[in-house]
Design a protein around this ligand. Structure first.
Ligand code: SF4
Length: 117
């Protein structure tokens, strides 16, 4: 049995996921909506996280905030951070600009999360 706090909305429902029954389906309780059920199912089977970080700007001491455009498989987070450490960007940059496609070999892109001139 696994206990989770749903992070999809501020209510933070306490969700319990029981071991798969004979049918192989997860037995999920404690969620108040389908989004919580989906969250719990994903968290147990293929956990993912949005990665947030900062990258260096060429010829500047400032840093650009960045994030992935979708949640990244959790097992790729460290590999992705190693890749992010090596990125240098030239200004100007617009919010949403893809700075690295297919981060860590995934289908997720790293994008700027702020306009910087
Ligand atoms: S289960 Fe639904 S209501 Fe509860 S925290 Fe998650 S999203 Fe919010």
């Amino acid at each position: 049995m696994t206990k989770l706090t749903c992070i999809v909305c501020p209510l933070g429902c306490q969700i319990t996921v029981a071991d798969p029954k004979m049918s192989g389906e997860l037995h999920i309780t404690g969620h108040r909506c389908v989004r919580g059920r989906t969250y719990a199912q994903t968290e147990i089977t293929t956990p993912r996280r949005v990665l947030t970080a900062v990258v260096a700007i060429e010829n500047s001491p400032r840093l650009l905030p960045v994030k992935t455009d979708r949640p990244l498989p959790k097992e790729l987070l460290f590999t992705a951070m190693e890749e992010v450490k090596g990125i240098r960007v030239k200004l100007p940059v617009k919010v949403g600009t893809v700075l690295r496609a297919n981060l860590a070999g995934s289908d997720v892109n790293l994008v700027a999360s702020k306009n910087m001139a």
